[in-house]
Design a binder for this molecule. Structure first.
Ligand SMILES: Cc1ncc(COP(=O)(O)O)c(C=O)c1O
Length: 360
């Protein structure tokens, strides 16, 4: 007898997170393991955030502020936007699901790239939407292809800039041309989880306020990456009030926990930390580019804190071999892996182990 699981679950593959350090230590009896698999921050987070968490730990028996009022205020002040245009969530990942539930009825079409962030497809399938997949072109989102795929049934388009896992971006001019082709009643989710790492000057300027220019656009950002608060789960969305009021109807009452709220407020105040992370990432990126070139390995230039690398061998094999040597990376497909940029020491260890694995 089959329990009444929803049919759509047959089409959903569970999200596969990066392998935890503890698992690899246990499996291979290793003392030191570097995790370069989940685009986490190698510098941890701002000391101000740690201090705020320490203080807030005195009140763990109390529910958090369900409206995250102070955090909303802090984000609104940081960007100079209205509090009603800001919504913090339990990671931006939660917002992906909330948006699918807000806008997609069964059978509605939703357009996304492949490869891109896997939460979009899980969220869309969860609500029985019809997923229209547009393959990447030269590792970049094919914005022309995505615009051409719009039909009367299209409700939501998912854009990831820079794109995960390839690290590529589209420019302001490309985005403007794309938006000119998108009808006003089609929602564009613009996911900028890695925006703070971008170095290319052609990246869309002041992209946080694109929702003001395009009322059908929703900008998602996170505290998980450059701010280093992935363990606390807090992200935020900037969008017009009407959209956020509707999302608010289905949001869980206490979706952003007490520690996450205070840590995010403190983290925003420490822009020096953000600059330091940006700098370490840029230096790491240049070192890794140079090392890959010396090894004769192809990679895709990145605007994020990870690099999409063609290791020229089965990605799962390379993943396992590196793991045995204390480095966790992410196998993606075929000969492609995604490697998070770490501290210089971590990058050097990765390069030396990769050389060994690939016999370079
Ligand atoms: C492109 C992209 N969007 C969103 C997220 C979700 O981040 P979080 O839920 O930690 O805010 C991630 C996490 O890896 C990501 O890569």
């Amino acid at each position: 007898m089959r329990l009444p699981f929803r049919k759509t679950l047959d089409n959903i593959t569970a999200y596969k997170p990066g392998k935890p350090i503890e698992d690899v230590q246990r499996e291979y009896g290793l003392e030191h393991v570097d995790k370069l698999a989940s685009n986490e921050n190698p510098l941890n987070c701002s000391p101000l955030a740690i201090e705020a968490v320490r203080k807030a730990a005195a009140n763990l028996s109390l529910y958090p502020d369900g409206n995250a009022t102070e955090l909303k205020k802090a984000i609104a002040n940081f960007y100079g936007v209205k509090e009603t245009e800001v919504m913090p969530t339990c990671g931006s990942d939660e917002m992906v699901s909330l948006l699918a539930e807000t806008f997609l009825d069964p059978g509605d079409e939703t357009i996304m790239a492949d490869l891109t962030f896997t939460s979009y497809i899980i969220a869309a399938r969860m609500v029985d939407a019809k997923v229209v997949i547009i393959p990447l072109k030269d590792f970049k989102l094919d914005l022309d292809g995505m615009a051409e795929a719009i039909t009367d049934k299209t409700k939501v388009i998912w854009l990831c800039n820079p794109n995960n896992p390839t690290g590529t971006m589209f420019t302001e001019a490309e985005l403007t041309a794309f938006m000119a082709k998108v009808p006003e009643n089609v929602v564009v989710v613009y996911d900028e989880a890695y925006v703070e790492f971008v170095t290319n000057p052609d990246y869309p300027k002041d992209s946080y306020k694109l929702y003001q220019k395009y009322p059908n656009m929703i900008v998602m950002r996170t505290f998980s990456k450059v701010y280093g608060l992935a363990g606390l789960r807090v992200g935020y969305t900037l969008a017009n009030e009407e959209i956020l009021n509707n999302v608010n109807k289905i949001r869980k009452a206490f979706n952003v926990n007490r520690l996450a709220q205070v840590a995010a407020i403190a983290a925003l105040k420490d822009q020096e930390f953000v600059e330091k992370v940006h700098k370490v990432n840029k230096e790491g990126k240049e070192y890794l580019y140079k090392s890959f070139e010396e090894m004769g390995i192809k990679y895709v230039p990145t605007e994020a804190n990870y690099i999409f690398v063609d290791v020229g061998r089965d990605c799962n094999e390379v993943f396992v071999e590196l793991q045995k040597r204390g480095v966790i990376i992410r196998p993606i497909k075929e000969t492609f892996v995604r490697i998070t940029i770490g501290t210089m020491q971590q990058n050097q260890r990765l390069v030396s182990q990769l050389k060994e694995v690939l016999g370079k």
